[in-house]
Design a protein around this ligand. Structure first.
Ligand code: SF4
Length: 366
C-alpha cells in the first residue's frame, strides 16, 4: 500500500531543505483552522432589513434565517475565485473577519479541496495514462462542463474519473467534522446553485450564494470588508488557488504529476477550453483524433470561474488577483502542503488506495 504521507515526506526531502522547514514550523504555529481545531461561535448581530431582502432573494433569505438562529453553526465555503472580489487590497483574512462579523462560525477556502482533488486527478492520470493514446478529461471543477459530457457526449464519460467538485468535497468534509453545520458556498457561479441540488451530491451544501449576493449581505449589515482586522488562516497551495481561471486545473495537475514521477515517460499534455463553443470544439478535436493532448480541461465560462456570471470584477482583473495569490502560496502543490496531508488523514485517507478507491466523500458515479 502506497502511503500518501510517505509520498509527501519524499517530496519534502527531495525539494525542500532548511528554509522550507522553518517556514513550515511558522505556519503550524499560526494554524487555527476550523477543520483542525474547531472554532468559537461568533456573536450574531444581524439587522433585519426587509427592503434589502425581498422574497425573490430566496438564498439570501435562507442564509439570513440560519445566521439569526443562535444554535446553528454556519460555515462559509468560499470559492478560489474570491481574491480581489470584495475590494482592492481586501485580504482573505479580512473576508474571513467580515463573514464572522456577519455571523458565520468560520470560513473555509475551497481551494484546499481543489488541492485535494488535484492530487486525486494526478493519481488518476498516473494510473490510467500509460500509453501515448490514453487520455483523461478533468471531472471535478465545472458543472457546466460535467453536464455537457454526461448529457451530450456520453461516449466520453469513461475517460472522466468520477470525482465530486471541490465545492462538494468541502461541504462533505465540514459536515463530517461538524455534523450539524450549515454549509454555505460562496462563488461567482449560478450553475453551482443547481449542482448543489443534484440528488447524488445534495448532502454537502445547504445554500449557494453568489459573490454579488454576499456583497449585498455585507452592505445590508453595514460590514465593510476593507475595514476589517486580519483573521488569517490560509492553508491552500498554489495549485488549488489557480483553479479559478482557465488553465489552472491543468497547471495544477501537470505540476503534481511531475512531482510524483519526475521524468515520467508519458508526461501530461494539457489542452483547455473555456466557454461553451470552445468546449464543443475541443471535444470534436478529441473525437476526430485531431489533438495530441492527453488531459482535457473544460470550463463553462470564458476565462474560467473569474469570468463567472456573478463575479464582481472584470475577468482579467480577477485572473490577475488569482495568479498573484497562487504565487504567494507557501506550497505550490498538494503533496508539499502539510495541511493537506493532515486534512486527508483526518478524513480517513492515509494510503493512495484508500484515497482513490474507498472514498465516498470524493467519488461520484457518472
Ligand atoms: S467556469 Fe463558470 S460555470 Fe463553470 S464553475 Fe466556474 S463560474 Fe461556474
Amino acid at each position: 500500500m502506497e502511503s500518501i504521507r510517505r509520498l509527501h515526506e519524499e517530496i519534502l526531502k527531495r525539494e525542500y531543505k532548511a528554509e522550507k522547514q522553518r517556514k513550515e514550523e511558522m505556519r503550524y504555529d499560526q494554524m487555527d483552522c476550523l477543520l483542525l481545531a474547531g472554532e468559537e461561535k461568533t456573536e450574531r448581530t444581524i439587522p433585519v432589513c426587509e427592503t434589502v431582502f425581498p422574497e425573490k432573494f430566496a438564498d439570501l433569505n435562507a442564509v439570513r434565517e440560519v445566521l439569526l438562529t443562535p444554535e446553528k453553526q454556519v460555515y462559509a465555503l468560499i470559492a478560489p475565485a474570491f481574491m480581489g472580489q470584495f475590494g482592492e487590497g481586501v485580504s482573505p483574512g479580512a473576508i474571513r473577519a467580515a463573514l464572522k462579523r456577519a455571523g458565520f462560525s468560520g470560513m473555509v477556502e475551497v481551494a484546499v479541496f481543489a488541492d485535494i482533488l488535484t492530487l486525486k486527478e494526478a493519481l488518476e492520470f498516473d494510473r490510467h495514462v500509460n500509453r501515448d493514446t490514453d487520455f483523461l478529461l478533468t471531472s471535478c471543477c465545472c458543472p457546466v462542463w460535467v453536464s455537457m459530457i454526461r448529457n451530450i457526449y456520453g461516449e466520453l464519460v469513461p475517460y472522466m474519473p468520477g470525482a465530486v467538485s471541490p465545492m462538494i468535497a468541502a461541504g462533505r468534509a465540514v459536515k463530517k467534522m461538524h455534523p450539524d453545520a450549515v454549509t454555505v458556498f460562496i462563488g461567482p457561479c449560478l450553475a453551482k446553485k443547481k449542482e448543489a441540488k443534484e440528488p447524488d451530491i445534495c448532502d454537502a451544501i445547504d445554500v449557494v450564494l453568489t459573490f454579488q449576493e454576499t456583497a449585498m449581505l455585507f452592505e445590508a449589515m453595514g460590514i465593510a470588508p476593507q475595514q476589517m482586522e486580519e483573521d488569517a488562516s490560509e492553508h491552500s497551495s498554489g495549485a488549488g488557488r489557480i483553479y479559478a481561471r482557465t488553465g489552472g486545473v491543468s497547471e495544477a495537475v501537470v505540476r503534481t504529476v511531475e512531482q510524483l514521477h519526475p521524468g515520467r515517460k508519458i508526461a501530461v499534455r494539457p489542452m483547455q477550453a473555456d466557454g461553451g463553443k470552445a468546449c464543443k470544439q475541443m471535444i470534436e478535436a478529441i473525437q476526430e483524433g485531431k489533438t495530441e493532448a492527453n488531459f482535457f480541461e473544460g470550463m463553462g465560462c470564458v476565462g474560467g470561474c473569474v469570468g463567472g456570471p456573478r463575479a464582481l470584477l472584470p475577468r482579467e482583473e480577477g485572473s490577475a488577483y488569482v495568479d498573484h495569490y497562487g504565487k504567494e502560496a507557501l506550497y505550490q502543490t498538494p503533496l508539499e502542503n502539510p495541511y493537506v496531508i493532515e486534512l486527508l488523514e483526518k478524513l480517513g485517507f492515509s494510503t493512495v488506495e484508500d484515497f482513490l478507491e474507498k472514498s465516498d466523500l470524493l467519488t461520484r458515479h457518472f
